[in-house]
Design a protein. Structure first.
Length: 161
């Protein structure tokens, strides 16, 4: 079931997300970014870039925030309801050297590790990161984010550094 849902969700993603997508790779994103940056330098311009990596990316996905975003992607109500049910009433236990902890509810945040659909839920959660102003562009590969701007003069950035 998760694989079928995964196939349906993939079409709702925008082109700026490269992670967890068939036919997309970190190498492809790196080639794209390098090309964009080389264009700026060749035209006697500048490029400023910042790379970010979100640690334990699946853990902080807030269920309420994710579920509130799903209708904005145009997902059918039944699919939104299925995802709500998929995330509801989850619990975990930890086993160390054969000793088990009690079950702990994890209803507020996190997408299940190892689930086929979890990477796509993460992407849907982060895919609406706002487009930045002043020519700053954003590219995403799963939990890695590249922010960059290019131009012949970038005084608005220099004045803030």
């Amino acid at each position: 079931m998760e694989s079928n849902i995964n196939c349906q969700l993939i079409r709702y993603l925008e082109d700026r997300q490269y992670g967890f997508r068939r036919g997309r790779s970190a190498g492809e994103l790196l080639v794209y970014l390098t090309h964009r940056w080389a264009e700026a330098v060749e035209s006697k311009g500048e490029v400023l870039a910042v790379s970010l990596d979100i640690a334990k990316a699946f853990d902080p996905v807030r269920h309420k925030a994710l579920l509130s975003k799903l209708p904005s992607y145009g997902l059918p109500e039944k699919l939104c309801n299925w995802i709500t049910s998929f995330l509801a009433d989850r619990s975990i236990k930890v086993v160390v050297d054969g000793a088990c902890s009690d079950y702990k509810s994890i209803n507020a945040a996190g997408v299940p590790q190892g689930s086929v659909i979890s990477p796509l839920l993460y992407i849907l959660f982060t895919n609406d990161i706002p487009i930045l102003s002043n020519g700053v562009q954003l590219s995403l590969f799963a939990d890695d984010t590249a922010l960059y701007c290019k131009g012949t003069s970038l005084p608005f950035i220099r004045n803030k550094i």
